[in-house]
Design a binder for this molecule. Structure first.
Ligand SMILES: CC(C)(COP(=O)(O)OP(=O)(O)OC[C@H]1O[C@@H](n2cnc3c(N)ncnc32)[C@H](O)[C@@H]1OP(=O)(O)O)[C@@H](O)C(=O)NCCC(=O)NCCS
Length: 360
């Protein structure tokens, strides 16, 4: 057993602060582990891009780091919803490949488990990207859609600790640029299917005051309307203050957010939205964030319209990025159908895992 220590990581006020070194090192460790699992750096984040996520007062997180001789070799995440009555905790454990199979992952899990017990969090959950393994037998998702390799270390680790696979998400990638003619034709078809009752509005960065309430509702519904299988997801409370807090954190990030929304013209309210997060360097992929059409506005091709309108906005304002990446539940056929029609292809799969502890 190596001599390692486990401590809570300091989350600095900003990336130039004197106490930011640990956070910066943790981000590089995160990226190394993800690159090994994914086989590329498509989803890597720079420390200044990751920091705002750790400063969200609405989604408090604790990061534990394991160190050997002062160097960070592993990290664990403990995230808890603030919603009244929620009993779920979202966990993550990642160990650098050279330090695996030495008990560090187990020790980190024990610390997370103790935190859950201390705080009465009886549902432990997490999403983990599984490295592709064509040789391995597959563990099927109980949703009936998708599977993960049974023989992978993380699958063995989770099963040995009593976790069950609940859902599989597909990570997809759209190579850019998309042919302008293709986008134009699909966009025209989606626009005429949506009809005159819907109009696209779009902006970069902070939410215009006019749309604060509408965007708050869309974020709240994102927590209840996206397919979550048997995972426990608390309904999040979103209001104008929470949107402004999100805007502030996005302002602090070097990334740029492009937002496209569909206005329902007769009522002047928002029916759906789609967000793209753009890194400052042109050679890095763009990340698709939330896309949602309110239930009462489905069936008008708004999902397709929103995605295409944002890809067009991206091509106009930030051309030259190599790709767009996105995560979708494997059973989310309507969203996958849109993505596949546009040209997204699967590049990886993530498992949603859950363990229910007996209360008390
Ligand atoms: C999963 C992971 C965190 C395990 O970390 P680790 O430090 O290697 O874990 P440990 O040494 O404490 O292993 C504990 C147990 O997990 C299981 N396990 C871990 N790696 C395994 C492997 N390669 N094959 C089979 N079982 C394995 C075993 O039951 C092992 O106990 P044992 O060594 O007594 O047989 C690590 O492989 C990792 O970081 N993977 C990438 C990130 C990830 O997928 N995280 C999500 C899982 S929480």
């Amino acid at each position: 057993m190596p001599n390692f220590t486990i401590d809570e990581l300091v989350i600095p006020a900003n990336i130039d602060a004197p106490d930011a070194a640990g956070f910066i090192e943790m981000t590089h460790v995160r990226n190394e582990i993800e690159a090994e699992t994914m086989g590329n750096r498509d989803l890597a984040y720079e420390p200044a891009e990751l920091l705002p996520h750790w400063q969200d007062p609405y989604q408090p997180q604790i990061c534990l780091v394991a160190r050997i001789d002062g160097r960070i070799v592993a990290r664990a995440i403990y995230e808890t919803p603030i919603e009244e009555g929620s009993r779920d905790a979202w966990l993550g454990i990642e160990v650098l490949p050279a330090f695996r199979r030495q008990g560090i992952g187990s020790a980190l899990y024990e610390r997370l488990d103790a935190l859950c017990t201390a705080e009465g969090r009886t549902v432990q959950q997490g999403f983990f990207i599984h490295a592709r393994s064509d040789q391995s037998e597959q563990l099927a998702s109980p949703t009936g859609f998708g599977s993960v390799p049974l023989d992978n270390p993380e699958t063995r680790f989770l099963l040995a600790r009593g976790f069950e696979l609940e859902q599989v998400e597909r990570v997809s990638r759209l190579p850019l640029p998309v042919d302008n003619g293709d986008i134009g034709a699909l966009l025209d078809a989606a626009r005429s299917a949506a009809g005159a009752h819907y109009r696209i509005v779009r902006w970069t960065g902070r939410t215009p005051g006019k749309w604060l309430t509408g965007i708050a509702l869309l974020h709240q519904r994102m927590s209840t309307d996206a397919p979550s299988a048997a995972l426990e997801v608390s309904e999040e409370r979103w209001d104008e203050d929470r949107i402004r807090s999100l805007d502030d954190r996005r302002d602090d990030s070097p990334r740029t957010m492009l937002v496209v929304a569909a206005e329902h013209v007769p009522t002047g309210s928002l029916a759906g939205f789609s967000e793209l997060s753009i890194p400052p360097e042109r050679d890095r992929p763009v990340e698709q964030q939330d896309t949602l059409v309110l239930k009462e506005h489905r069936g008008h091709r708004l999902g397709m319209l929103l995605k295409l309108a944002n890809l067009q906005y991206l091509a106009e304002t930030h051309p030259g990025h190599p790709a767009v990446t996105t995560f979708n539940a494997e059973e989310n056929r309507p969203m996958l159908a849109v993505n596949e029609a546009i040209g997204f292809v699967p590049i990886a799969y993530a498992g949603g895992w859950k363990k229910v502890l007996s209360a008390g």
